[in-house]
Design a protein around this ligand. Sequence first.
Ligand code: NDP
Length: 240
Amino acid sequence: MTRVAIVTGGTRGIGEAISLALKEQGRTVVANYAGNDTKAKEFADRHGIAVMKWDVGDHEACIEGCKQIAADFGDVDIVVNNAGITRDGTLHKMTFDDWNDVMRVNLGGCFNMAKACFPGMRERGWGRIVNIGSINGQAGQYGQVNYAAAKSGIHGFTKALAQEGAKFGVTVNAIAPGYIDTDMVAAVPDTVLEKIVAKIPVGRLGHAEEIARGVAFLTSEDGGFVTGSTMSINGGQHMY
Ligand code: NDP
C-alpha cells in the first residue's frame, strides 16, 4: 500500500530533502510551499513530485489543501510540519507583526495541518506526524523570542497530541535540528555563523539529508513505538 505524505515547505531546504527521502521510501509525496513558484516548479520537474501552494498559517487553506490532496492522491497518512520562517530581532526592536507572523506560520501551521489530517488518521488507525522544531526552541536564542517560543511550543504540542494519538496508531514526534546548511542559515551573518560553528562539537553545519533520515525513520512502520519524542539532530550542540 502506498501511503500519501504531505511535507509543508517541502520544495526547498530541509523540506526538499524530506520530500525526496519519503519518495525514496515509496510514499506518494505532495510538497506544499508558500510563494516561491520558480523553485517549486523546478523541484516538481526535477523530482516528479506534486507541489501545492498554500499558506500553512491560514487555517481554511490547510483544510482545503489537504481535502484536495486526499481527493487527488488518497487519504493522507503522513504529515511533516516543516514550513517555518524567522523574523529575528531583539525584543525591544521586534514588532507585533514579527511575533505574530512567526507564531502563525511555525506553530499555527502545526495546529492547522493536524486539524486537517489527524481525525482521518485516528479513524483509519494509522498515522505519522513529524513536527520540525529547533535547537533554539530547546535552548533559546538571543534575538529570537518569537521563533524560540514557537519552536518550544511545537515540542509541547507534539507531546500533547502524541498522547491523543497513541491508542489509535497515530504517532506524533518532533525533530529539533541544530544548524543546517540551508537558505535560512545562509541569511545569518558570517561572523555570527563562525561563532555558532565553533560551538558545534562535530565541527560543522548539518546537512538537510541528515534531518530527512530522521523523518524517514519516524514515519516508517518501524517507528511505531516511538511517539511524543523529540529527536535532537544537532552535532552535539545541545544535549538533553
Ligand atoms: P528554508 O527557509 O530554506 O525553507 C522554508 C520552506 O518553508 C520553503 O519551502 C518555504 O516555501 C516554506 N514556507 C515558508 N513559509 C510558509 C508558509 N507560510 N506556508 C507554507 N510554506 C511556507 O527553511 P529550512 O529548510 O532551513 O527550514 C525548514 C524547517 O526547519 C523550518 O521549520 C525551520 O524553522 C527549521 N529549522 C531549520 C534550521 C536550519 O538550520 N536551517 C535549524 C532548526 C530548525 P517557499 O519556497 O515558497 O518560500
